[in-house]
Design a protein around this ligand. Structure first.
Ligand SMILES: Nc1nc2c(ncn2[C@@H]2O[C@H](COP(=O)(O)OP(=O)(O)O)[C@@H](O)[C@H]2O)c(=O)[nH]1
Ligand SMILES: [Mg+2]
Length: 226
């Protein structure tokens, strides 16, 4: 029993050290990109909420000054989707290294070094699809954005509060599905407010273009960078 407790304490210490080291690297990334006037946005969501699609729509509007770091356990599919639009995208796969479900700041630094910062005005990280682990690791972004699609249910902010608490903006995606769904936007907004009253919320649809102009305006305004 005492041995188990000692092991647990050791585990907590290691995790705290790991997170502290990660935070230091993340802060360095944030400062360095701010100096270079590069706005860094971290997109988090469940798999399939529309992260890559939103980046595609953003690239179509803002062009090639965008670079992207893609996080997935396996495949280079998302990086390939974006490269087709003529932008630089760097794929990180965690599968060969144990299948981590988050990205760490040191990996982001390596990816930035590989991409180079010349000509870059906006950097996206598409984090690994889930509402748990990415919220625990600061990647050095100026803005954390949480996407939640209308097909996921209004209860997710209550079930996965940390993901909503570390985000300054929540995008409710796939609103074109609303007429087909038994889903209350009001209830979702209420639940987001319960866990993070400061989180801004906008509704978007890549299908019919709803909210995309507001999203682009937010990116141009660079909240969190100044
Ligand atoms: N109807 C609808 N489908 C969408 C929208 N955004 C994304 N999708 C679809 O949802 C699926 C998952 O999108 P994807 O961008 O790959 O999600 P990711 O896993 O978060 O990167 C794809 O089939 C997209 O075409 C949207 O606004 N409306
Ligand atoms: Mg994707």
């Amino acid at each position: 029993m005492r041995y188990k407790k000692a092991m647990e304490t050791k585990k907590i210490n290691v995790m705290q050290k790991l997170l502290k080291a990660n935070d230091t690297i993340a802060e360095g990334i944030r400062k360095d990109l701010r100096k270079k006037n590069i706005f860094f946005v971290n997109l988090m969501s469940s798999p399939g909420s529309g992260k890559t699609t939103l980046i595609e729509e953003t690239v179509k509007k803002l062009g090639k000054k965008i670079k992207i770091i893609e996080g997935d356990i396996q495949t280079t599919l998302d990086a390939e989707r974006l490269q087709k639009l003529g932008v630089q995208a760097y794929q990180i796969n965690t599968g060969p290294f144990g299948g981590d479900c988050h990205l760490e700041a040191s990996w982001i630094q390596t990816a930035i070094d590989e991409l180079g910062t010349d000509g870059m005005e906006l950097l996206f990280v598409e984090n690994i699809g889930n509402l748990v682990c990415p919220a625990e690791f600061d990647v050095g972004a100026h803005l954390n954005v949480l996407l939640i699609s209308v097909t996921e249910g209004e209860d997710k902010p209550l079930k996965y509060p940390l993901a909503f608490q570390v985000s300054q903006l929540c995008l409710v995606t796939k609103t074109d599905f609303l007429p087909l769904k038994n889903f209350s936007l009001e209830k979702l907004r209420e639940n987001i407010k319960k866990v993070n009253p400061a989180c801004a919320v906008i509704e978007v649809s890549a299908q019919d273009g709803k909210g995309i102009d507001s999203w682009i305006a937010i990116l141009k305004n660079k909240p969190g960078m100044k």
